[in-house]
Design a protein. Structure first.
Length: 190
């Protein structure tokens, strides 16, 4: 009985320590040191939350850059990949369909190489980034849909280069652009 009481006390102590005290301390530190990131990196315009820098969104309008495909339809709750392997006929069909859709939507010829992130969903299905190459392939469509003149089109291209993020720590990952931030910057072009 004495061993059982000691075990229960230790269990309660660690439950309170790791289940209440530790999460509150970590949350408190995060709120002080990284308040924006701790709260989801939300983007607010006109007192309304329009998205997060961390979660991809679907953009179907011709006036916006499109995000990479999402296996979970951009829903963050059941996020995840499709789990389709390289020998899957369904994956091959999806890639072919996405390639044709991207080419048609952006009025590209059949010889244009489509960046892989526009053909394959990310592992989480919520990646908010595309490559600068994928963004540049969409410039003509957006400029035409927004009726941009040459100066505005050049500003759009400059914005792509300015919005390009370098690999993390100069060596992890690829150059990338946050699609939501790029679309917001595109809305500012007058």
């Amino acid at each position: 009985m004495k061993t059982l009481m000691i075990s229960l006390k230790i269990f309660l102590f660690f439950t309170v320590l790791t289940g209440i005290i530790y999460p509150l301390v970590v949350t408190g530190i995060a709120q002080v040191v990284f308040p924006s990131k701790a709260n989801g990196s939300l983007i607010v315009r006109n007192e309304k939350i329009i998205g997060s820098e961390l979660i991809g969104q679907q953009f179907d309008s011709a006036v916006y850059f499109t995000s990479r495909p999402s296996a979970g339809l951009y829903n963050p709750l059941p996020s995840g990949g499709s789990n389709l392997g390289p020998t899957s006929s369904k994956l091959k069909s999806l890639v072919s369909e996405r390639q044709n859709k991207f080419r048609t939507f952006n009025q590209l010829d059949s010889t244009t190489v489509i960046p892989s992130e526009m053909l394959f969903a990310s592992a989480s299905g919520l990646d908010p980034h595309i490559s600068p190459e994928a963004a540049l392939l969409q410039v003509n469509r957006i400029a035409k849909a927004r009726r941009f003149n040459d100066s505005q089109k050049q500003q759009l291209i400059r914005d792509i280069h300015k919005q390009t993020e370098k690999p993390q720590f100069f060596c992890l990952g690829e150059e990338r652009i946050n699609v939501l931030l790029l679309n917001l910057k595109t809305d500012e072009i007058k």
